[in-house]
Design a binder for this molecule. Structure first.
Ligand SMILES: [Mg+2]
Length: 128
């Protein structure tokens, strides 16, 4: 039997409920997950695991380093060229989408989202 390697997704959000739900659905969808609840941990986790991380789901509004800070860091380092970054944005925050786009974000997922929407979005981005 051929064993397919699970793709790894890093979830970064300061709200534990969002991390837990996202983590649960991605695992059900057959992905491997890593998670962080602040920007500093996220940067360390990316540094250590960038070879396997395919996608970062990144909250914009976090205390300390924001999602934009992390996005800038990822997009300015050629080591991380193969990592896609999708921002978790709040519906009414159009400015966030524009700022994210100018910083090189690979997509946006509007909170709140359902598990089904999340999985479909992620599968469209990186496959199963
Ligand atoms: Mg937040």
């Amino acid at each position: 039997m051929i064993e397919t390697k699970k793709k790894t997704i890093l979830i970064v959000d300061d709200e534990p409920d969002i991390v837990n739900l996202t983590d649960k659905f991605l695992k059900l969808g057959g992905f491997k997950t890593l998670s962080c609840n602040n920007g500093k941990d996220a940067l360390n986790t990316i540094e250590t695991n960038h070879d396997e991380i395919k996608l970062v789901l990144l909250d914009v509004m976090m205390p300390g380093l924001s999602g934009f800070d992390i996005l800038k860091e990822i997009k300015s380092n050629s080591k991380y060229d193969d990592i896609l970054v999708v921002l978790f944005t709040v519906k009414s925050f159009n400015e966030d989408i524009q700022k994210g786009r100018s910083l090189g974000a690979n997509g946006y997922l509007t909170k709140p989202f359902s598990g089904k929407e999340l999985l479909k979005y992620v599968q469209d981005k990186i496959g199963n």
